[in-house]
Design a protein. Structure first.
Length: 319
C-alpha cells in the first residue's frame, strides 16, 4: 500500500472522528462543562467563594427598555431570539462574603462586548458597546483583578453588555474568589476553550498543505500519463474548512462584519462534510457505484439550501 493511500485512509478516519467530536460538542451544554470544571478544580463551592445565581437585568431593544430578574446563565438568544440590543446586569453582595486575600473576578463567557464596574469604578472592558457586529468577546473567558480598596460593606457589581443577534451573547457565570483560585480556573478553561481548538486548527491547516503537496506530487512520473489525483484537492479543502470552523470558535474579531461572517463558517462546515463524504467514498471504492452521482448531487443540494436559509436568517435578525 502506497503512502498516498495510507494518507487517504487516515484522512477518512480523521473525518469520522471530527464528526463525532462535532456532535458531542453540540449535544453537551457548556454549562455542564463549566460545572464539571468547578467540581474538579475546587471540589465544589467553599467558604469565601462567591458565585452569583441571580441578577437584575435591564434590556434595551429598539429603544424599548424592560427590567426583569434573571437566573444565570443569561443567554440573550434564548431570551430574545432574532433581536439585537443591550443589557445591564446588576449583582449585589456584602463584603463579609469575600475572602480576605487578593481576589479576582472570573467570567467563563461574557459578550458580545462588555464593561464591568464595581461600585461605579470600571475594572474591565473589551469590545465596543456602540458598534454592532464588531468584536465578539464571548469566545474566550475573562479574568479581572479586584482592587481591595473598591470593596465596601455593601457592593454593586454592574455589567453592561452589547448583545448581537445569533452570536450567543450573554453571561454564563460570575465567580469571585481568591486570585490564585480564579486564575487557575481561568487558565484551565482557556486551555480547553481556546488553546486546544487553536492547536487542532493549526494541525489541520498543516495537513491541508500536505494534501496540496501530495496532489502536486501524484502527477509526477506516472507511466499512464494521468495528471494529479483530484482526491487530494478534496482532502485539502476538507481539512482547510475544518480548520476554519475551529478557528471561528476562538476568533473574536472576524475579517468580515456580522452577520455576513456568520455564513462563512456554516459554508465551511457544509463544504467539509461534502468533501469528507467524497473522500470516504473514494477510499471505500464506492465512487463508481450507480448511486454515487446522485448522492453527490444530493449533498450539494443540501449545502446550497442550508447556506441560503442560514443567510436569510442572519440578514433578518440583523434588522
Amino acid at each position: 500500500m502506497c503512502s498516498s493511500d495510507l494518507f487517504l485512509q487516515a484522512l477518512s478516519l480523521n473525518c469520522f472522528s471530527a464528526l463525532v467530536l462535532f456532535c458531542l460538542r453540540a449535544l453537551l451544554p457548556r454549562t455542564v462543562v463549566l460545572a464539571l470544571a468547578l467540581l474538579s478544580s475546587w471540589g465544589g463551592l467553599h467558604a469565601g467563594q462567591l458565585q452569583f445565581e441571580n441578577a437584575t437585568v435591564s434590556t434595551t431593544i429598539d429603544g424599548k427598555v424592560s427590567r426583569d430578574i434573571v437566573t444565570l446563565p443569561f443567554r440573550w438568544d434564548l431570551q430574545y431570539p432574532g433581536l439585537a440590543g443591550s443589557a445591564v446586569l446588576e449583582f449585589e453582595f456584602m463584603a463579609d462574603q469575600l475572602p480576605q486575600s487578593p481576589i479576582g473576578l472570573y467570567f467563563p463567557k461574557l459578550g458580545s462586548a462588555y464593561v464591568v464596574s464595581l461600585n461605579g469604578v470600571v475594572i474591565g472592558r473589551d469590545g465596543d458597546l456602540l458598534v454592532s457586529g464588531g468584536q465578539d468577546t464571548g469566545k474566550a473567558p475573562r479574568l479581572m483583578p479586584v482592587n481591595s480598596e473598591l470593596i465596601k460593606p455593601h457592593n454593586i457589581l454592574r455589567i453592561q453588555l452589547r448583545a448581537d443577534s445569533g452570536r450567543k451573547a450573554g453571561v454564563s457565570a460570575v465567580v469571585i474568589d481568591e486570585w490564585g483560585k480564579v486564575s487557575a480556573l481561568f487558565d484551565e478553561y482557556r486551555l480547553w476553550r481556546v488553546g486546544v481548538p487553536g492547536a487542532i486548527a493549526a494541525a489541520h491547516a498543516c495537513l491541508a498543505v500536505l494534501s496540496v503537496l501530495l496532489w502536486w506530487w501524484s502527477g509526477r512520473g506516472r507511466l499512464d500519463g494521468a495528471g494529479p489525483q483530484p482526491i487530494f484537492v478534496f482532502s485539502a479543502v476538507a481539512l482547510f474548512c475544518w480548520a476554519l470552523r475551529l478557528t471561528d470558535s476562538i476568533w473574536e474579531t472576524p475579517p468580515l462584519p456580522w452577520p455576513l461572517w456568520g455564513a462563512v463558517p456554516v459554508l465551511g462546515l457544509g463544504v467539509w462534510g461534502c468533501c469528507c463524504a467524497h473522500v470516504c467514498m473514494v477510499v471505500a471504492k464506492w465512487d463508481d457505484r450507480p448511486w454515487a452521482t446522485a448522492f453527490r448531487l444530493w449533498l450539494v443540494a443540501i449545502l446550497l439550501s442550508g447556506l441560503v436559509g442560514r443567510k436569510s436568517t442572519r440578514l433578518n435578525s440583523s434588522h
